[in-house]
Ligand binder design. Structure first.
Ligand code: PEP
Length: 255
């Protein structure tokens, strides 16, 4: 049985004190949701205050990105080991905003994924097609290619540590959500590819989140799909009320 996993991506919002306050509110809401896993991903400078605010809470902290080297002359970068030392349990890798604005490729995603494993972090790897690619009927080709870069480096015996986030780029921050059927179709495809590579049992342990304008009003329907195991939430994770409502929708699916 895969536990539903809800993660909030706070992107470049909230400095340390604001982030710690929101983290405390999320921790309170999480007390009503013991059946799911919850994480928040603050900006790098807010990681330590958020880790401190969440002491004693099961809510986990994720980095939004990492570098593939352990240390070195890489100005402005943060190593996976440094995130782990700061108290992160997870790291988001290959978010579409990183691919779009910061030149991340399938190759760098693979290297970062290996770095995350080396550091003992749980990776959340993001995949998803653009609107042009969907309109051209290329969704499964694009997602398949992005997934290949993950499968090339990920050991099957660690499958239970892997989370994939399917995030159609046209649904991120746009208010436009994939329908539950559209999302489930891609999640089924991802699960099948995982099974081809890892075998059915390890593939069944990988959690596949959906991301793209998840809100309290659409979370329950999305999460009711058999292969949607959680959500990566951007905008709606910045308010404790809306994130809490999504967590409760997840909790009632998990129960
Ligand atoms: C995201 O940042 O991963 C995301 C899905 O954002 P939003 O929920 O705002 O679409």
């Amino acid at each position: 049985m895969r536990r539903i996993f809800i993660a909030g991506n706070w992107k470049m919002h909230l400095e340390g004190r604001q982030a710690a306050e929101l983290a405390r509110q999320v921790a309170r809401q999480a007390e009503d949701c013991p059946g799911i896993d919850v994480a928040v991903a603050p900006v790098f400078t807010a990681i330590v205050p958020v880790v401190e605010a969440l002491a004693g809470s099961p809510v986990m902290v994720a980095g939004q990105n990492c570098h593939w080297e352990e240390k070195g002359a890489f100005t402005g970068e943060v190593a996976a080991e440094m995130l782990a030392a700061a108290g992160c349990r997870l790291v988001i890798i290959g978010h579409s905003e990183r691919r779009q604005y910061f030149g991340e490729t399938d190759e760098t995603v693979g290297r970062k994924l290996q770095a995350a494993l080396r550091a003992g972090l749980l990776p959340i790897v993001c995949l998803g097609e653009s609107l042009e690619q969907r309109d051209a009927g290329q969704t499964l080709d694009v997602v398949g290619r992005q997934l290949e870069a993950v499968l090339a480096v990920f050991p099957s015996e660690q499958a239970s540590r892997l989370t994939i986030a399917y995030e159609p780029v046209w649904a991120i921050g746009t208010g436009r959500t994939a329908t539950a059927g559209q999302a489930q179709e891609v999640h089924t495809f991802i699960r099948q590819r995982l099974a081809d590579k890892f075998g059915p049992d390890p593939a069944g342990q990988v959690r596949i989140q959906y991301g793209g304008s998840v809100k309290p009003g659409n979370a329950a329907e999305l999460l009711s799909q058999p292969d949607i195991d959680g959500a990566l939430v951007g905008g709606a994770s910045l308010q404790a009320d809306s994130f809490g409502a999504i967590m409760r929708a997840a909790e009632s699916q998990g129960a």
